[in-house]
Design a protein around this ligand. Structure first.
Ligand code: SF4
Ligand code: FES
Length: 235
């Protein structure tokens, strides 16, 4: 089939403002949008810039706005988006070049919630690992699946309005550690996400959940954190 891609272009070294360029080429309906972008870069226009690494939905580096919705280019088939495909950078972050945005504000917010395991207590007497029941592990299973692609945060109207909002991705990781019964910093993290740039900025738009390529129930996870902030209880 013949597909036509309308792609956002912006090179700060030569462009006063962004514009769109259109490319038409042959593609299989089972090609991924990433395959088509690679072909455009390799065969039609080597100046086209975009991020990708794993090409298998694992690294989270190729989040793009495809026909107006945030998706991973490597997980999106041509047949799922049709013959006319508009590709733009994710919203709310500064465009560095073409489809590449500055991810630093996203990762700055992520770092604020202490995204690592904290437990200063001595190890068990046998010196081995801290055991956890299967039931306790299941409590935060969904939120361990995040690949930090930013599809959620950059589809959130609250983040567009104010990039100091921690955003859903950071809250998902906060949930992952707050509900881990081996971790000892739940109270500290709850305090961080209860500040004005945190939970209160979530107005349950649900865009994050719809955008997540890992199908993490983000709005539900944020709701669970809101419940903890009201009740002060983790269960
Ligand atoms: Fe991406 Fe989902 Fe993680 Fe958000 S929660 S960064 S959409 S994987
Ligand atoms: Fe790694 Fe798509 S390139 S997730």
């Amino acid at each position: 089939m013949e597909v036509t891609l309308k792609i956002f272009r912006y090179n700060p070294e030569v462009d006063q403002k962004f514009h769109y360029e259109t490319y038409t080429l042959e593609a299989e309906e089972t090609d991924r949008v990433l395959d088509v972008l690679e072909r455009i870069k390799g065969q039609k226009d080597g100046t086209l810039s975009f991020r990708r690494s794993c090409a298998h939905g694992v690294c989270g580096s190729d989040a793009l706005r495809i026909n107006g919705r945030n998706m991973l280019a490597c997980k999106t088939l041509v047949r799922d988006v049709g013959e006319k495909i508009t590709v733009e950078p994710i919203l709310g972050l500064k465009v560095i070049k073409d489809l590449i945005v500055d991810m630093e504000p996203f990762f700055d917010n992520y770092k604020k919630i202490l995204p690592y395991f904290i437990n200063e207590s001595p190890l068990p007497a046998d010196g081995k690992e801290r055991l956890q029941s299967a039931e306790a592990r299941a409590r935060f299973d969904e939120t361990t699946k995040c690949i930090l692609c930013a599809c959620c945060t950059t589809s959130c109207p609250s983040f567009w309005a104010s990039d100091d909002y921690l955003g859903p991705a950071a809250l998902v990781t906060a949930h992952r550690f707050i509900f881990d019964d081996r971790d000892e910093a739940a109270a500290e993290r709850m305090q961080i996400i209860s500040e004005t740039s945190g939970l209160a900025r979530c107005h349950t738009a649900y865009n994050c959940t719809l955008a997540c390529p890992r199908e993490i129930p983000i709005t539900q996870a944020i709701g669970e954190l809101k419940m903890v902030s009201v009740t002060g209880k983790l269960d």
